[in-house]
Design a protein around this ligand. Structure first.
Ligand SMILES: CC(=O)SCCNC(=O)CCNC(=O)[C@H](O)C(C)(C)COP(=O)(O)OP(=O)(O)OC[C@H]1O[C@@H](n2cnc3c(N)ncnc32)[C@H](O)[C@@H]1OP(=O)(O)O
Ligand SMILES: O=C([O-])CC(=O)C(=O)O
Length: 368
């Protein structure tokens, strides 16, 4: 017997789920999250508003947001043994792999691991969101042979995260821009990492396993790992002319340029990248250093001219992270920490209305 259904490589355009969480409305250039447009929200709301929208289904009132931040702060600390385990990792370990290991280990501390109810999963989501900044920053520090840093509960969630990374109290502008990055990265419908998490959750595996798989997916250069490569390219080039030359050489060799293209936004710029480009302009103005902005703008024009391709979020996020003083190996782990909010919402939804993912294949192997 043979199955001969139409095979679509990369499952492009295939509907994998019904979801009430989010939708990319490319016609209206909106990123819909629970009925709200993330792009519009990015101009007045902050990351914790979106966490609440994703996990509670609505934007929080001021007291609700204060309560949410307090709840996350209660979960900031990591079990000592997680830090001890991270210390055992080989120093060459990528921080994404360390983050993956840490998240995986947290499952062992959950006394109620078999409870897949929405309320138990939501509690876990808040615990994870509380711990992720501490885990993310300290896994990197341990690998660098640096001292562990403690979270600062007197700062806001985002200011604390950035402060643990840089070792400084961030300015208001730096905090606002970092928070906006977290917000823009928080959820994006059905990228590879979310699909991965939902596939894992569909076996009734737990939220830690689903997120562990999602970290591995996000690490790849074609997905979240692109932001690190963009910064390495900018650093390698050093000037506008050298950046253009580097890109042209890559295109001649038929290499992909990280930070460009997107399965859903292929014919337009990612609307999140437009927002982050403005943040880069603000940081350039503040520092009086326009070099990265000029390089990125030149790269953007070149790719439109040569390939008809546009920047995705990772292209402009990379120089913004750099100007905030963030080490390059932390770029993708920060993306994951932000995305954990959306991923948890997807795992909750999958567990709540589940059918195991189990597709079929078109067999093209040896005749039998
Ligand atoms: C936040 C995020 O995760 S956003 C994604 C971050 N990833 C990147 O920036 C990696 C670079 N970009 C890419 O690899 C792709 O554009 C992806 C993975 C994002 C989307 O992939 P797909 O939808 O499968 O598109 P696909 O790879 O088939 O590209 C279509 C065509 O555009 C070309 N193309 C797409 N992206 C690029 C790129 N960045 N550089 C050069 N050419 C590209 C492909 O070579 C292909 O050309 P062809 O038809 O002549 O073979
Ligand atoms: O949607 C995608 O395929 C990738 C992406 O931009 C994201 O995960 O933010």
């Amino acid at each position: 017997m043979t199955l001969k259904e139409k095979y679509v490589p990369g499952l492009e355009g295939i509907i994998a789920s019904e979801t009430a969480i989010s939708f990319l409305d490319t016609e209206q250039e909106k990123i819909i999250i629970k009925g709200e447009d993330l792009i519009a929200l990015s101009k007045g709301k902050d990351y914790l508003d979106i966490v609440s929208l994703l996990l509670e289904g609505q934007l929080p009132s001021t007291p609700e947001k204060v309560a949410l931040e307090d709840k996350l702060k209660q979960h900031y600390d990591l079990p000592d043994s997680v830090i001890e385990l991270l210390k055992l990792l080989p120093k060459q370990t990528h921080p994404m792999d360390a983050q993956r290991t840490g998240i995986s280990m947290l499952a062992g501390y959950d006394d109620d691991l078999d409870d897949r109810s929405p309320s138990a999963n939501k509690d876990r989501a808040y615990q994870l969101l509380g711990k992720l900044p501490t885990l993310t920053v300290n896994s990197y520090r341990v690998l660098q042979g640096q001292e562990i840093v403690a979270p600062k509960k007197d700062l806001s969630y985002s200011a604390n995260f950035l402060s643990m990374i840089t070792g400084k109290i961030p300015t208001e502008l730096e905090t606002k821009i970092f928070d906006q990055l977290l917000l823009l990265y928080s959820e994006h419908e059905m990228p590879n990492s979310t699909f991965t998490a939902r596939v894992i959750a569909s076996t009734q595996s737990d939220i830690y396993g689903a997120l562990t798989g999602a970290v591995a997916s996000l690490k790849g250069n074609l997905h979240g790992g692109a932001n690190e490569v963009v910064m390495y390219m900018l650093n390698e080039a050093k000037t506008v002319a050298e950046f253009e030359e580097l890109m042209l050489k890559k295109l001649q060799k038929k290499e992909k340029i990280m930070g460009f293209g997107h399965r859903v936004y292929m014919k337009k710029m990612d609307p999140r990248a437009l927002i982050v480009k403005e943040a880069l302009k603000d940081l350039s103005l503040q520092s009086g250093d326009n070099l990265l902005l000029e390089m990125c703008e030149a790269g953007e024009s070149l790719m439109e001219r040569e390939k008809g391709l546009y920047p995705n979020l990772d292209y402009y996020a990379a120089p913004v992270y750099w100007m905030l003083g963030i080490p390059i190996p932390l770029y993708t782990p920060i993306f994951f920490s932000a995305r954990a909010a959306g991923l948890c919402a997807h795992v909750i939804e999958q567990h709540d209305n589940n059918r195991i993912f189990r597709p079929r294949v078109n067999y093209i192997g040896k005749a039998y």
